[in-house]
Write a protein that binds this ligand. Structure first.
Ligand code: GKR
Ligand code: MG
Length: 423
């Protein structure tokens, strides 16, 4: 048995550019948590997850209960988490749909421990994580260029840091951002975060991208920011094969179902199918043709494989969602995608937007928009403890304790609501 001896939970903060979305704008720091599980036999395994206070306190709450458990028995670890974690107050007003917060808690908390245990199992057996998931079906995992409208720099801060991407509020600037990102990373498909400007203006940007990159598939994601009426008006403009898929155009599964009935363009979601509990309704309403998986809240890498199997059964496409993240998450995403044959779309990643790292060797390289699946044991990355200490200090000093794009936007525009749908 390889028993858990100690679990280190380290909240971190790293620079995040002022990226715009329907809710508002990213704050100057993004938060994550790095988990390190140490075993009695001297190995360590890594995991990365959200860095909001609620997640950190739930991770800290369950960690002592896992000491002494066998890292190979993740079923027992999951059961333990389920039995000890405090579910959020259903009346907190934070629930997207009644019960959702509770239903996503166990998968969200378990996921990061599962990844760290898989890293450990790989190190102990000398096999990469994708081998533990049944073996890789591809040697490289493709990611997409994830474009954002953005301000040139963060306002209302003493912080002199400015990112290297510049302002992007016009179609020309979005194309320039795409060119820069594709030159640097070689991405072979493009996603535009939308819901920021009038939809017609955003479609102009898509058309400019089509002209600049005639061979690359395009996606647009207004995060539920459009009404069904607005989307209906826009469908003709998308009808010319402009889109690979249309991501979360409208708010809620019912509205997604209404749009789905009007078009052959596949609808994708990371917002309205966020756990297994949402799937029956999605099938009943035929509200989504592509599910964007995310091991961070679907319950880990094996759960992502289970989701993939369900998608296969119901003839639903599968892609992958991302939030601001660093390399441990990127490697976990890469191993999962490497072991899932029906994950055929390029995955999303925010990785180009981040400058810092916590892993030895710094940023993970991309080749032609893809990450090579490593053959090294476990996830294939090691923790850079000096870098971790710097980012932990950032967390202590940055003053942010939960992401709040709405509040950040109110600094620029005091009457900002950040509600959806917006257009
Ligand atoms: O980083 O602003 C952002 C994104 O909008 C992110 O929060 C979303 O979760 O990337 C995500 C998405 O595809 O909806
Ligand atoms: Mg999305």
């Amino acid at each position: 048995m390889s028993c858990i001896k100690q679990i280190e939970i380290t909240p971190i903060a790293f620079r995040d550019p002022p990226l715009l979305n329907v809710y508002g704008v990213h704050e100057a720091w993004a938060l994550r948590t790095i988990i390190e599980i140490k075993t009695e036999d001297g190995n360590y395994g890594l995991g990365e997850s959200y860095g909001d206070e609620q997640t950190i306190s739930q991770l800290r709450q369950v960690a002592p209960h896992l000491v002494g458990m066998d890292v190979f028995n993740v079923n027992a670890i999951r059961n333990k988490i389920e039995s000890v974690v405090t579910l959020p107050d259903p009346n907190s007003g934070l629930d997207i749909a009644p019960g959702t917060l509770g239903a996503t808690t166990v998968p969200r908390i378990f996921s990061v421990f599962e990844v760290a245990c898989l890293d450990l199992m790989g190190k102990i057996t000398g096999r990469p994580v994708c081998d533990l998931l049944g073996g890789k079906v591809r040697n490289e995992v493709a990611y997409s260029a994830y474009l954002f409208y953005k301000f040139e720099r963060h306002g209302f801060t003493e912080d002199p840091w400015v990112d290297t991407w510049g302002e992007a509020v016009t179609p020309e600037q979005i194309v320039a951002q795409a060119k820069k990102m594709i030159d640097q990373y070689g991405f072979q498909s493009i996603k535009l975060k939308a819901g920021v400007f009038e939809p017609e203006q955003e479609i102009e940007a898509l058309e400019a991208l089509r002209e600049a990159f005639p061979n690359l598939p395009l996606r647009i994601d207004p995060n539920g920011g459009w009404t069904v009426e607005t989307t209906k008006r826009l469908l003709d403009k998308f009808g010319n094969g402009l889109l690979q898929y249309l991501e979360d155009p409208v708010h809620g599964q019912e509205a997604m179902g209404q749009v789905s009935a009007m078009t052959d363009i596949p609808l994708a979601t990371n917002m309205y199918v966020i756990g297994f509990f949402d799937i029956p309704k999605a099938i009943k309403l035929d509200s989504v043709q592509v599910i964007l998986s995310d091991h961070h809240y679907w319950g880990g890498l094996k759960a992502t494989q289970e989701l993939a199997q369900l998608c296969k059964t119901w003839d639903i496409g599968l892609s992958m969602h991302s939030n601001s993240h660093l390399g441990i998450s990127l490697m976990a995403m890469t191993h999962a995608a490497a072991a899932i044959d029906n994950l055929t779309y390029a995955c999303d990643t925010h990785y180009p937007w981040q400058e810092e790292e916590v892993i030895v060797g710094g940023k993970i390289p991309f080749k032609n928009g893809a990450v090579v699946v490593p053959d090294k044991p476990g996830l294939g990355v090691e923790l850079d403890r000096d870098a971790l200490a710097v980012l932990a200090k950032n967390y202590e000093n940055c003053g942010i304790r939960a992401r709040n794009d709405v509040a950040e936007m109110r600094k620029y525009q005091p009457d900002w609501k950040g509600t959806v749908p917006r257009f």
